[in-house]
Structure formats: C-alpha cells, structure tokens
Design a protein around this ligand. Structure first.
Ligand code: G1P
Length: 289
C-alpha cells in the first residue's frame, strides 16, 4: 500500500551568502518575489499538495520565518480597525493551524542531507516531501501536487527533474538514467554535482522530493560526499535497488532563486502571471527592450 504524504520538510538554515548584503540580517527565504517571500510560495505549494504538517529546519537568525507564519496581533487589529478586510484575510491565510508547524535547528552547516536528517524525529516512519524554497516553480497545478498525483500510482522515492545545459551539471544532483518515457525517468544511480565530463546525463534534480523514511537509515551514516557535505543525493542513491526511484519531468517553469539573475527572472515571470500586474509590467518592459 502506498502511504499518503502528509508531512513536508523545508530546509531553511542556509546562510544565503550569494545575496549579501540583502541577507545580512534577513533569511534568504524571506526574499520577496512580487509580494510574497520565497518560503511562502513553498508552503503554499505544499498545502495545495495536501501537506498537513510543516517542518522547518532552521538555523540562527531565521526567526523572521517563524514570525511570518504566526499571528501578528497588532497588525491584524490595525487592519481590522481600518476596515482593510481583503489584506487582513490574505495575512490570516498564511498561518497554519496551531500545531501544524514545527521548527528544529540544524546546529552545524553539514549539508542538505544533514538538514533533512535533523527532521527525522518529526517524520518518524512515513513518506515525506522536501521543498527547497530557492527553486521557485510557476506551475498549475503546483509541482508538488503533480508529484503527489504521480506518487500515488508508483510510490517509492520521487524527485522533480529537468534537463539542464551540459555545462551546468556541477550545480545539481544528476540522474544515471536507465529508462525514460519523456515524463518519468528511472535511474540506476545518482551523482551530486558532477563535472560535465563525468555527468551520466543532463537530467537534474530540482528542489522537490518525495522520500520514503528509509532514507534516514542512509543519512544516519553521516557519510560525506561532494563538497565535504552530507548529501541527500547520496542517501537517495544508496536506497536505489531497495526503494523504487523516479524523476518526474513536471509541467511548469522553474526559477533558480539562489542566483541573482534567476531571482530577477522569477519576479518578472510571477508578475507577468498576475492579472493585476501584467499590463503594467509589460508597459514597463518596453523601456528596456
Ligand atoms: C541541492 C541538491 C542538488 C539539487 C539542487 C536543486 O543543491 O544537493 O542535488 O540538484 O539542490 O536546486 P544546492 O542547490 O543546495 O547546492
């Protein structure tokens, strides 16, 4: 029986050095695309996919994230007094039900695999999703919902994938593909950030995962991989053979908000996708073409 995915892990402990000075006193996950922080897009995407429990793996100086998903009584009262009902509703919708959200700290920056491992006591023995907020995906339905729909049929470990230019394989986890029907690919191995010459394919992992709890048995070994870090990719690779592994080519556009250019493009794409902004942004863009 394929167990439902009810929990999601959001690794948000990274320092965001690529966005300094913006991220000096503010978590990179709070960077705004149009009018919403990156982390809220990820949480909304998870909610749309049926996730009921949200586990944030945080670090020092990340309290703005906790505040974002909590009530702000003064703000809510002042909006209510001024009759700003619409924005008040928007603010209230952000907040998960009491007890649905929990926080645990990654005390040392030992890698993505380690960050996910830090959530193990919150996950226990059931499948779970992992969402990396800096991979922002414009898709309808959302990327994780597409994955959950596929997962309900095939189970196992499932990651979002897309083809990347050959010279960029060293930025991603790459699949060693054995079977590929154009939508779903299966892999016999995975390599974290291989040099283009060593990459088994150009099919790369995007920051959305549905994982079986067996991955924790691998992460327990705390084995270091690429960059001297404990890699989630390696832990998944070790379960291949015991747990089915697939990559899903999702429908939608993904923006790498871990890079400045990707972040700017995301702002353009998401504003052009908004009815209330489209015309204004198109008009503005004429100046720059
Ligand atoms: C992480 C993963 C990598 C994956 C990427 C997606 O790398 O380790 O396998 O392809 O996310 O964004 P990071 O971007 O954290 O270096």
């Amino acid at each position: 029986m394929i167990k439902p995915v009810r929990k999601a892990v959001f690794p948000v402990a990274g320092q965001g050095t690529r966005f300094l000075p913006a991220t000096k006193a503010m978590p990179k996950e709070m960077l705004t695309v149009v009018d919403k922080p990156l982390i809220q897009y990820a949480v909304d995407e998870a909610r749309e996919a049926g996730i009921e429990e949200f586990i944030f793996v945080t670090g020092r100086a990340k309290s703005a994230i906790e505040d974002h998903f909590d009530h702000s009584y003064e703000l809510e009262q002042s909006l209510e007094d001024r009759g700003k009902d619409e924005i008040l509703e928007t603010i209230r919708e952000i907040i998960p039900e009491a007890g649905q959200v929990s926080y645990t700290r990654q005390q040392k920056p030992l890698g993505l695999g380690h960050a996910v491992w830090c959530a193990r006591y919150h996950i226990h023995d059931e499948p779970f999703a992992v969402l990396l907020a800096d991979d922002l995906i414009l898709a309808k339905p959302g990327c994780l919902k597409q994955m959950v729909d596929t997962y309900q049929e095939i189970g196992g470990n499932l990651v979002a994938v897309e083809d990347v230019p050959k010279d960029q394989t060293d930025r991603y986890g790459i699949l060693d593909v054995v079977d590929d029907d154009g939508k779903l690919a299966s892999a016999q191995g995975l390599v974290e950030k291989p040099k283009p010459a060593d990459a088994p394919s150009t099919l790369s992992i995007i920051g959305r995962y549905i994982l079986q709890p067996e991955v924790f048995e691998q992460l327990d070994r705390q084995e270091k991989g690429a960059g001297g870090e404990i890699q989630l990719t390696d832990a998944m690779a070790h379960t291949i053979g015991d747990v089915p592994f697939h990559g899903l080519r999702f429908e939608g556009d993904r923006y790498d908000c871990g890079s400045r250019l990707g972040f700017i493009e995301a702002n353009l794409a998401f504003s052009l996708d908004r009815e209330d902004m489209q015309a204004g942004v198109q008009e503005m863009l004429k100046k720059y073409s």
